[in-house]
Design a protein around this ligand. Structure first.
Ligand code: GLN
Length: 200
C-alpha cells in the first residue's frame, strides 16, 4: 500500500513540506479537518507559531484526533513549532498552549535568544550520512531535556536540535527550506515500517 502523508496545514510553513514530500514521490494530503486526517498514515507538523497552531487545532476539532493517532503510533515529523507541539513539556510557552506529549522532551521556545531571531548552521546528523545538513533556524526552540527513550540525532552548541523517539522525529530547524531531502527521507523510512504492515 502506498503511504499517504498528511501535512498539517492550519498555519505556518506547510507548503514547502508538501513540495519536498511530492519530490520524493509521496502522496500528500494537506490536513485541515478530521476527515483529512482519516486518510493519512503519517503526519508532518510544520514550523510557524506553536501558540497559534495549538489554538487552531482546538478550533478545528483536531487536537484530540491527532493526539489519539499519535498515541496509537502514527509516525510524525515536527519541525520548529512542530517540535514544540510534539513535546511533553514546553518551556517559555503560553499558559494556554497545548502539546501532544508524543516526544519525551522539554523544549524551550525561542531558545536561541531574541537578538538572533534567525541563523543558519551546519548540523551533523549521523543518521542521514556524513555530509552535514544545512539547518535554517527561525526563532527556533532547543531541547533542554530529553528522556531515556529519546535519541538525540543532532546537536548545536551542545543543545539537541534533532530528536527521535520511535516513529516520531523532530527538528528545531526548518528542513523544508534547504534543498536537501534527507530529513524527509529519514522520516519516511520510519513511516514505511508502519505502512508495510498488512491489515491496518
Ligand atoms: N517561535 C515559534 C514558536 O514558538 C517557532 C518558530 C518556527 O516554527 N519557526 O512556535
Amino acid at each position: 500500500m502506498a503511504v499517504k502523508v498528511g501535512v498539517l496545514a492550519l498555519q505556518g510553513a506547510f507548503a514547502l513540506h508538501t513540495r519536498a514530500l511530492e519530490r520524493l514521490g509521496v502522496a500528500v494530503v494537506e490536513v485541515r479537518t478530521r476527515e483529512d486526517l482519516l486518510g493519512v498514515d503519517a503526519l508532518v507538523l510544520p514550523g510557524g507559531e506553536s501558540t497559534a497552531i495549538s489554538k487552531l487545532l482546538e478550533a478545528n476539532d483536531l487536537f484530540d484526533a491527532i493526539g489519539s493517532r499519535l498515541a496509537g503510533g502514527m509516525p510524525a515529523l515536527g519541525t520548529c513549532a512542530g517540535m514544540i507541539l510534539l513535546a511533553n513539556d514546553v518551556l517559555d510557552g503560553r499558559a494556554d498552549q497545548r502539546s501532544f506529549g508524543a516526544l519525551d522532551i522539554a523544549v524551550r521556545r525561542n531558545a536561541f535568544g531574541r537578538q538572533v531571531d534567525s541563523f543558519e548552521a551546519e548540523v551533523h546528523v549521523a543518521a542521514i550520512g556524513d555530509q552535514p545538513f544545512h539547518g535554517v533556524f527561525i526563532r527556533a526552540p532547543y531541547v533542554e531535556w530529553s528522556g531515556p527513550g529519546v535519541e538525540v540525532l543532532g546537536v548545536i552548541d551542545g543543545r539537541p536540535v534533532v530528536c527521535r523517539q520511535g516513529p516520531v522525529l523532530a527538528t528545531a530547524f526548518h528542513p523544508e527550506l534547504s534543498d536537501d531531502l534527507r530529513i524527509h527521507e529519514l522520516f519516511l523510512s520510519g513511516s514505511r515500517v508502519v505502512t508495510d504492515t498488512p491489515e491496518r
